[in-house]
Design a protein around this ligand. Structure first.
Ligand code: 3PY
Ligand code: MG
Length: 258
């Protein structure tokens, strides 16, 4: 199956996604039916430790049935972890808290059979990405053409090396992390601090100058519109837990008035 997420951002389009904190196949399938382009699964802060890759087989099936893409935030850029998740059939992954261009290069190389004109560090597997499900005779070429990896820019060490990070071959995107940037910049939790806001704009501009798509979180209509206007191409606009909370709050308020 074609990775619409990668194709869209490579062709200057915008993808809209939502987080699923429940990791429930049902929610992923419903997101797909609603037209959500990607489902953010967060293995940095929640979820089972993803070395049990069988969970991804089930979740990629749900994404395929619904017609959406998984977008998996791994806990680290450990190549052995990246390979295992890709072997289960996930096509879009991203790595939090990166510090250096060297770390980014190592992570990206783990996703490729051929990397920057040399052998990459993706291992030949017999998992769902090759043998069934997504698999096929053109496995090697398809995987290199379809898999997309990005990194979070949320540490000052990464900002210091931003130009080098942005020129790492095959880096698919950067996702900006205002919360951790605020911590790193000495304004913990203050995402609207002028220094943080300015830093975010600088990251965005540098990435766009380098031709690398950027992603952000935007939780209200104004924020979503502003994100699109700013040229961000990967926009997370909600999640299952927050949606349940807001819909039920509304209904309980209505009941209160009866
Ligand atoms: C951050 O803001 O630090 C993030 O990681 C967003 O998810
Ligand atoms: Mg973060």
């Amino acid at each position: 199956q074609h990775n619409d997420f990668r194709a869209t951002i490579e062709n200057d389009g915008v993808v809209f996604g939502a987080r699923s904190s429940t990791f429930a196949p049902e929610v992923i399938e419903i997101y797909g039916e609603l037209g959500v382009d990607f489902v953010w699964l967060d293995f940095e802060h929640m979820g089972p430790t993803p070395w049990d890759s069988t969970i991804f087989e089930e979740l990629t099936r749900a994404a395929e049935v619904g017609g959406t893409e998984l977008f998996v935030r791994l806990p680290t850029g450990d190549p052995s972890l990246i390979r295992k998740v890709l072997d289960a059939g996930v096509r879009n992954v991203f790595i939090p808290r990166v510090d250096s261009a060297a770390a980014v290069r190592e992570a990206v190389k783990a996703t490729r059979f051929v990397y920057d004109g040399e052998p990459g560090e993706r291992g030949m597997a017999s998992g769902r990405s090759r043998t069934w499900g997504l698999g096929g005779d053109d496995y090697i070429q398809t995987e290199d053409e379809e898999v997309c990896i990005g990194v979070m820019i949320e540490k000052t060490t990464a900002v210091d090396e931003l130009e080098a990070i942005l020129s790492v071959p095959d880096l698919g995107f950067v996702f900006i992390g205002p919360s951790d940037l605020s911590v790193q910049m000495g304004h913990p939790g203050d995402k609207t601090h002028p220094d943080v806001v300015e830093q975010i704009a600088e990251i965005r501009e540098a990435a766009h100058d380098a031709g690398i798509p950027t992603g952000v979180i935007a939780n209200d209509p104004e924020g979503i519109e502003a994100a699109v206007e700013d040229g961000h191409q990967i926009i997370r606009l909600g999640g299952d837990l927050a949606s349940v909370k807001s819909v039920l709050t509304e209904r309980l308020d209505a009941v209160d008035h009866l």
